[in-house]
Design a protein around this ligand. Structure first.
Ligand code: NOJ
Length: 517
């Protein structure tokens, strides 16, 4: 059973490097986040997912953990982090840390031991072949780096050796079965890390590459699911309310089989989520659904979303995000009106919504060289823009000392400016979150019913309990065969005119009606 608070949760994702620098060293920190908790609450969010904040050489922005139990110095001390937990809880805000269970940094003590020639307790904590001439097929591996006679498997970048949870289908004798004692030890070690942070006051974890644990797994990832059932079981025995959200994009496996509470619809090129707002290329083509001039229909999203959503029924939450630290910011290609329509949709759909810091003011994507393994993701990780003071109020450091440059464009949006403008994106997000809070039907996960959505059409409508949402992203009025008579309009971007049992939506409109029951 997922924790009750998730039903009304709205997450704010914080990339700690770039949110708020409290000590003027040019990089964000725990105390900076604590200072801004009231801002997060005022926006209407009541939960935070913070990207990895652990000791790391930062070759992948912290997703290369060197010590799971130590915080990275650049963010402050463990006491600062505990103060952040306390201050958040005082305000009714829950905090999830980012757990990276599939791999560590190559500098992790376990891996240093594992690479030694003589056998030791950590020899099988990672996946090694039996000799340097034995090479795994179809999986990334590294040779020539350690004294041990073997090559090891990586999980993502070169700096991220894969932890050993075994192989479902074994084809060589260096591949352990998933219940080999060494693999059970890996599980126990990760469960121990989770208990450690839950004991210090975090409320759960966003779990990185949650589907990556068992190698040569089957299509449903039954091996990985079995491992998670065990780990989650171990953790929830002591912390039954711990919340776990998986980076997986397969709720039937993640929620239905592995035992996660929530799963994300991830942004993968060409998938249903990607087509909503990131379906463009270098030639200037942009067919994202929420672009005014696109010809795309919402069915391209629904065809993929609905089966996955329906597969979990009322158990757990399949979550939509405005973006994250791996995606190109939505404002790169969408203008303010298009963003308002996009967010109206994302924040009224089932699941627990996740807002990436700065998306609420339409922060733009910056073209920047790669930083800490970010590559094209770097441009979505720039400092939060609070106001018009130096460095947009993010830091008192010299601009040249900032973790990443701030957006110096004349049109860079800021929190301050958007608070002052009544029709800003910021106010739209606040309004949507207020409506979400005040209408219990948004807290029910399995009440989505599509009222209108056809291939070739731009407009669409859906219902959740007593609430009816209608959207026309196009530049022309659209008529939808949806009867809203007797219902009250409670939200509008643009406008809608009920007419003889149908609705005429003006160009680029999104409206919500509430039936009085
Ligand atoms: C997914 C994370 O979101 C991404 O930022 C990271 O680079 C990889 N996993 C590897 O951990």
């Amino acid at each position: 059973m997922a924790a009750e608070w998730l039903k009304t949760a709205v997450f704010y994702e914080i990339y700690p490097q770039s949110f708020m620098d409290s000590n003027g060293d040019g990089i964000g920190d725990f105390n900076g986040i604590t200072e801004k908790l009231d801002y997060i609450k005022e926006l209407g969010c009541n939960a935070i997912w913070m990207n990895p904040c652990f000791d790391s050489p930062f070759k992948d922005a912290g997703y290369d953990v060197r010590d799971y139990r130590k915080v990275a110095e650049r963010y402050g001390t463990i006491e600062d982090l505990q103060r952040l937990f306390d201050a958040a809880h005082e305000r009714g805000i829950h905090i999830l840390l980012d757990l990276v269970p599939g791999h560590t940094s190559e500098e992790h003590a376990w891996f240093r031991e594992s690479g030694r020639a003589e056998r030791n307790r950590y020899s099988d904590r990672y996946i090694w072949t039996n000799g340097w001439l034995e090479r795994p097929e179809g999986i990334g591996y590294i040779a020539g780096e350690r004294e041990r006679n073997g090559v090891y498997i990586t999980n993502f970048f070169k700096c991220q050796p894969a932890l050993n949870y075994g192989f479902l289908k074994r084809t060589a004798d260096w591949q352990k079965s998933i219940d080999d004692p060494a693999c059970l030890e890996t599980r126990a070690a990760v469960a121990e890390v989770m208990r450690y942070w839950l004991g210090l006051g975090c409320d759960g974890f966003r779990v990185d590459m949650a589907d990556s644990l068992v190698k040569n797994d089957d299509e449903k990832k039954s091996g990985t699911c079995e491992v998670w059932r065990d780990i989650i079981g171990q953790v929830k025995r002591d912390y039954p309310d711990a919340v776990l959200v998986s980076e997986w994009n397969n709720p039937a496996s993640a929620i239905g089989m592995a035992g996660f509470d929530m799963d994300f619809f991830l942004d993968w090129t060409g998938n249903g989520y990607n087509l909503l707002m990131r379906d463009y290329d270098d030639t200037g083509r942009d067919d994202s659904f929420f672009k005014k001039d696109s010809e795309r229909s919402i069915t391209d999203f629904l065809d993929e979303y609905l089966p996955k959503y329906e597969a979990i029924g009322g158990r757990g939450f399949y979550c939509l995000i405005t973006g994250n630290h791996d995606t190109i910011r939505a404002a790169y290609h969408l203008d303010e009106r298009e963003l308002k329509l996009t967010y109206s949709f994302l924040l009224t759909m089932p699941g627990v919504p996740f807002i990436y810091y700065g998306d609420e003011i339409g922060m733009k994507y910056q073209l920047l060289p790669s930083k800490e393994g970010g590559y094209t993701r770097t441009g979505s990780r720039t400092p939060m823009q609070w106001d018009d003071s130096p460095n947009h109020g993010f830091s008192k450091a010299e601009p040249s000392a900032l973790y990443l440059p701030t957006d110096n464009g004349a049109d860079a949006p800021t929190v301050q400016a958007q608070r002052e403008r009544a029709d800003s994106l910021y106010h739209t997000v606040r309004e949507l979150l207020r409506i979400r809070r005040e209408n219990g039907d948004f807290a029910v996960h399995d009440n989505l019913r599509i009222l209108a959505a056809s291939r070739g059409e731009r407009g669409f409508a859906y219902e959740r309990g007593s609430l009816i949402m209608l959207c026309n992203p196009s530049g022309q009025p659209e008529t939808l065969a949806v009867d809203v008579s007797g219902a009250e309009q409670i939200y509008a971007v643009g406008s809608c005119r009920p007419e003889g049992g149908a609705c005429v939506l003006a160009a680029q409109s999104f409206v919500i009606y509430a039936r009085n029951e």
